[in-house]
Design a binder for this molecule. Structure first.
Ligand SMILES: C[S@@+](CC[C@H](N)C(=O)[O-])C[C@H]1O[C@@H](n2cnc3c(N)ncnc32)[C@H](O)[C@@H]1O
Length: 303
């Protein structure tokens, strides 16, 4: 969790000493002037943290921090995502499309394509026909196995790297029947509202988004707030909001959440089915961001 007051000054100006900055914030709060000023003070800190986050993405070999896992396969996806994911994947036809946001090495897609390989995971039902698949990752983690498959199946699989989801246009990416995200953009983005808007607009009507998020205020069961939330949401008045309650406000999304309080870490499994095309996602702003895998984030819903 990111703790404590924001102490950085806007870029280019001399940063006030921490105690002085805290004092300034207390005085501003007392005067009812805090919001705009403390946000202005928070911005350089967020920029510093997003720069640190970029270093995590670009890390290689021994520099990759513990827990930044980029090679989960289809069996892992089957275990993490809601059960409907495997059934939906098995139903895809050759002209359908699957996007994996935050694919890392793209191992889940490699496994999906390993149809005749006995070593391929059995956990996710497999169909004879294979959908087209797009792996997206900020950093390029393509392996030799990926290059070999790409050589044999050509354009049926694509690997997109070099930027995050928000920097692609809808026209560039096209539409998808299934979008997955296993510790990808949903857990890492600094702009969750824009991220979800893009995801919903990339889905075909009838298509589904499958993701998970850990250390959040769980929807269906009591959780221990004392352990701290990694992704935290508050309303305009500063009251806690559950991630799933926020997602349920998305127009044209039918949201299913399953709270796994017994998992270590406690996790929310999420599926959103797109039921109509007039998508609208409630906006929110970023209050806090601390680099990590995944980062700690605090968002405030717009009134
Ligand atoms: C911890 S790895 C997970 C990789 C893979 N899903 C797995 O489970 O092995 C995080 C992945 O999310 C990607 N990522 C984070 N934020 C993203 C965003 N906004 N758009 C696209 N990819 C993103 C990273 O580049 C990386 O590929």
């Amino acid at each position: 969790m990111v703790m404590g007051s924001v102490i950085s000054s806007p870029q280019g100006r001399k940063a006030p000493a921490p105690r002085l900055a805290v004092l300034i914030i207390i005085v501003l709060q007392a005067l009812g002037l805090s919001a705009g000023w403390s946000q202005e003070l928070a911005q350089p800190r967020i920029e510093e943290e997003t720069a640190k986050q970029q270093k995590i993405y670009q890390s290689r070999g021994v520099d990759v921090p513990d827990g930044y896992i980029t090679n989960r396969g289809l069996s892992d996806y089957a275990g993490f995502l809601l059960a409907g994911f495997c059934d939906a994947l098995a139903k895809l036809g050759t002209s359908d499309r699957w996007l994996d946001i935050g694919a890392g090495e793209g191992q889940a897609i490699l496994d999906y394509y390993a149809l005749d390989d006995d070593a391929a995971p059995k956990k996710c039902a497999r169909s004879i026909s294979k959908a087209r698949a797009v792996a997206m990752s900020i950093e390029d983690r393509r392996t030799d196995a990926w290059q070999q498959l790409a050589t044999s199946v050509g354009e049926r699989i694509r690997y997109l790297a070099g930027k995050s989801l928000r920097h692609y246009s809808l026209e560039e990416l096209g539409k998808f029947q299934i979008i997955t995200d296993v510790y990808g953009g949903f857990s890492y983005t600094e702009d969750l509202s824009r991220f979800m808007d893009k995801v919903m607009n990339l889905l075909e009507v009838g298509g589904g988004f499958y993701t998970i998020v850990q250390y959040v205020h769980l929807e269906a069961v009591k959780d221990s707030a004392a352990a701290g939330y990694q992704t935290e949401m508050v309303d305009a008045a500063g009251r806690g909001v559950k991630v799933c309650s926020w997602l349920k406000k998305i127009a044209c999304g039918k949201v299913t959440c399953e709270s796994k309080s017994g998992w270590d870490p406690p996790t929310e499994q999420i599926n959103i089915r797109k039921v109509c095309s007039d998508v609208s996602v409630p906006g929110m702003k970023l209050l806090k961001f601390q680099a990590g895998n995944p980062p700690n984030r605090r968002f405030q819903l717009e009134p």
